[in-house]
Write a protein that binds this ligand. Structure first.
Ligand SMILES: *[C@@H]1O[C@H](CO)[C@@H](O)[C@H](O)[C@H]1NC(C)=O
Ligand SMILES: *[C@@H]1O[C@H](CO)[C@@H](O)[C@H](O)[C@H]1NC(C)=O
Ligand SMILES: *[C@@H]1O[C@H](CO)[C@@H](O)[C@H](O)[C@H]1NC(C)=O
Ligand SMILES: *[C@@H]1O[C@H](CO)[C@@H](O)[C@H](O)[C@H]1NC(C)=O
Ligand SMILES: *[C@@H]1O[C@H](CO)[C@@H](O)[C@H](O)[C@H]1NC(C)=O
Ligand SMILES: [Cu+2]
Length: 671
């Protein structure tokens, strides 16, 4: 429980301790209001709401920031509208120039895995699949759901559609939703970064996100507050293109939502210290019992395919702990075509590694003997320590519909394909991409040995389908940054960026930016150094804001002082990964500027069309180099995507541009 206590302490510390007495008073009033609502928490679960599909469901019902009056309402109206978006009119074949307005209602609420709604499930197996029962891995545990589902219902629409989403907060605590992969360039206030781009949505409030979806790909939505994402508050957001615009359209026959997999490592009982299982679309084998993988009492996600067809499949990681996974499909090669929603030159591989919040799309050709195969997910780092792995079933039409594949899930996940006929293929070593343990130390060599060669390679070896968006010989402004760890004198674990633990503000940066004019409230490595502070030795805890000029080519060299990997994510941008490697020597990492000056950190040339990403694995004792044009002024989170690390301070904010370059947001002061 250290995690949650720690968070409360931090929140209370930061909530009111920061600005003027006036705001302090406002905060006090607010704290009282919140107390009242907290008491309601246990009753804001599922009342006897009718489940059904009222007509007119797809048009906006709430005024944007209406109050839900939780005390009176929680039993009726809104709960009737829980559900998925399977029949949503925006789920359609995308046509060029035919964009729509798409309305969604996301009710976020506390729930339970194997809760009382699953009671009948003990006697009647069919009840486990009932609409209200979340069976999960068969271990009762608290979760946070969207419309009674974990993961939340997938949203599917077309590029250029406008999303109008009312988030109804029935949790006992504040929340925000981050639309992971969407740049929000016209609506920076809707990025869902708490106290950076918006004030959190309080319990009992409705908050409207309305924005144009100006890109395509495998995206996702998730809470950006505390441990809510870890408790399940996340879902897939699949944005498709018209067939003409889709450069990979000819590579597959089907692109089905039931082939989109969200992989999540989970916790039980608010024990934020321990990863307990990995689930695929919220389902999978239970590791607490000793039943073999093939026991029929386990409930696995099943993906159906028909022989002879090619399927686009999407894998999205809602990684919570430090649990990167290896993904593969028994007996099949995967043609990998996209990552983080960005098309790449197709690479045929045995599988890929996926770190928290990364996405990979691949084409699976159903060209094997028609039976059931394991879809395999194996955990590394924290998940390897507990030997966590998970399976789903790839079930060919013609195979027994309810049976499981014959062998164990894990077995030897790098075994040879069983049904190849050509001898040469049998001899090929298995080929995985995106394993940062295989990150080359000299990326220049990639120009000679591109990803098509059969060696394991890092993400940096992937090539984008789009050339880099800057002219040749562009000079980049280089920023150096670091991820690290420190033990506070009181024994608290602090995860840091630039040797600073992030302390959230009380006035949202974007909304209250006039108040921050004099920079007194921000810190960063250089400003602390200028004050004579040495954050390598002493504990620095403040509002880490790194300033970047707008509309310039920027390069960030990010090093990792730790012996474990971190998935790093930058909001507001898609970057190109032009360098990634392991140095393995802490003094080298601490002297990375000097090393760079001596040419030890090569960049991919522009001809390589470096892969476009929004999240990348930062190798242990290594580095990544990312480039982007700062064409999206605003305040953007830059952080580790491991939930516990972010909660414990591994967060910073990029302030891109000056105030006058940012979109005008009505000044609003709230807590
Ligand atoms: C929840 O509702 C029940 C019955 O409606 C009531 O007895 C109980 O006091 C409520 N609990 C809270 C925490 O409000
Ligand atoms: C969306 O808009 C962009 C830019 O106007 C255009 O290039 C693209 O084709 C549009 N996509 C669809 C599906 O209409
Ligand atoms: C660090 O902060 C100071 C004060 O806010 C600011 O002037 C400076 O530009 C910042 N430097 C960087 C690299 O962000
Ligand atoms: C790390 O590098 C420094 C110089 O860059 C060298 O003096 C030191 O011996 C190296 N340490 C290890 C463990 O290799
Ligand atoms: C990287 O490899 C290239 C080609 O093999 C070589 O020319 C270059 O010197 C190497 N750079 C470093 C820093 O090792
Ligand atoms: Cu981390």
């Amino acid at each position: 429980m250290i995690g949650s206590n720690w968070r409360r302490e931090r929140e209370s510390k930061s909530r009111c301790g920061f600005v003027s007495w006036l705001i302090f008073l406002l905060c006090l009033g607010f704290a009282n209001a919140q107390l009242e609502l907290n008491d309601l928490e246990s009753n804001v679960t599922l009342g006897g709401g009718k489940f059904g599909w009222p007509f007119g469901l797809w048009s906006p019902k709430h005024s944007p920031h209406q109050s839900l009056k939780l005390k009176d309402d929680y039993r009726d109206v809104d709960l009737a509208n829980y559900g998925d978006f399977e029949r949503h009119p925006c789920r359609r074949v995308c046509q060029q120039g035919q964009s729509q307005s798409c309305y969604y209602q996301l009710v976020v609420h506390n729930y339970r895995r194997l809760g009382p709604e699953c009671q009948r499930c003990q006697y009647d197996e069919r009840a486990c699949a009932g609409e209200r029962c979340i069976y999960g891995d068969g271990v009762p545990s608290p979760i946070m759901a969207v419309n009674r589902q974990v993961p939340g219902p997938p949203i599917e629409l077309c590029e250029n559609d406008t999303m109008i989403v009312d988030v109804l907060n029935y949790l006992g605590e504040a929340t925000t939703i981050h639309w992971h992969g969407i740049h929000m360039s016209r609506t920076p206030e809707l990025d869902g970064a708490p106290f950076v781009t918006q004030y959190p949505v309080q319990p009992g409030e409705v908050y409207r996100y309305e924005f144009k979806v100006d890109r395509s790909g495998s995206l996702w939505y998730h809470s950006h507050v505390g441990w809510q994402r870890g408790l399940g508050l996340a879902g897939n957001l699949i944005v498709r293109q018209s067939r003409q615009a889709n450069l990979h359209a000819q590579l597959y026959d089907y692109d089905l939502i039931e082939h989109a997999l969200m992989v999540q490592d989970i916790l039980y009982d608010y024990n934020f210290q321990q990863v307990r299982n990995i689930l695929i679309n919220g389902k999978g084998r239970n590791h607490l019992n000793q039943l073999p993988d093939t026991d029929n009492r386990h409930r696995y996600e099943r993906l159906r395919v028909t022989p002879g067809y090619r399927y686009r499949m999407r894998v999205i990681s809602n990684g919570v702990f430090n649990c990167p996974v290896e993904f593969s499909v028994e007996g099949h090669k995967l043609l990998i075509i996209s990552t983080d929603g960005n098309d790449i030159e197709p690479v045929l591989a045995d599988g890929f590694f996926l770190t928290s919040s990364e996405r990979f799309d691949f084409v699976l050709e159903a060209n094997q003997y028609a039976k059931n195969y394991w879809i395999r997910v194996r955990g590394f780092e924290d998940c390897a320590e507990r030997n966590l792995y998970q399976g789903a079933v790839l079930s060919y039409r013609g195979a027994a519909r309810t049976e499981l594949p014959v062998g164990p899930i894990a077995g030897n996940s790098r075994e040879r394909r069983q049904h190849t006929t050509e001898e040469e293929e049998e001899d090929e070593p298995p080929f995985f991409i995106n394993d940062c343990r295989f990150a080359p130390s000299n990326v220049s060599n990639l120009l000679q040995t591109p990803a098509e060669k059969d060696t394991n390679v890092g993400t940096v070896a992937l090539r984008s389908l789009e050339p880099v968006p800057w002219p040749r010989y562009t000079k980049f402004l280089t920023y150096y940054s670091s991820f690290g760890f420190r033990m506070a004198p009181n024994g608290e674990q602090l995860f840091q960026i630039d040797d600073i633990s992030y302390n959230p503000p009380t006035i949202s940066l974007l909304q209250g930016r006039q108040l921050y004019k004099d920079d007194t409230y921000f810190c960063n490595r250089s400003s602390l150094a200028a004050q004579g502070r040495n954050c390598e030795r002493e504990l620095c805890e403040c509002l880490n804001v790194i300033r970047l000029p707008a509309f310039r080519p920027i390069e960030m060299v990010i090093v990792n002082y730790m012996d474990q990997t971190h998935p790093l994510h930058i909001h507001g941008y898609t970057f190109r990964l032009v360098g990634q490697g392991v140095l393995g020597n802490l003094s080298d990492l601490r002297n990375v500027r000097e090393l760079d000056r001596r040419g030890r950190l090569p960049r991919l040339s522009d001809d390589f069309a470096a892969v476009a990403k929004d999240t990348v694995q930062l190798p242990a004792m290594g580095y990544v180099i990312v480039r982007f044009i700062t064409d999206n002024p605003g305040f953007w989170f830059y952080h580790c995507h491991i939930e516990s690390h972010a909660v414990q301070g591994m967060v910073a904010v990029l302030k891109v541009g000056e105030d006058y370059q940012m979109k005008r947001i009505p000044a609003r002061v709230r807590c």
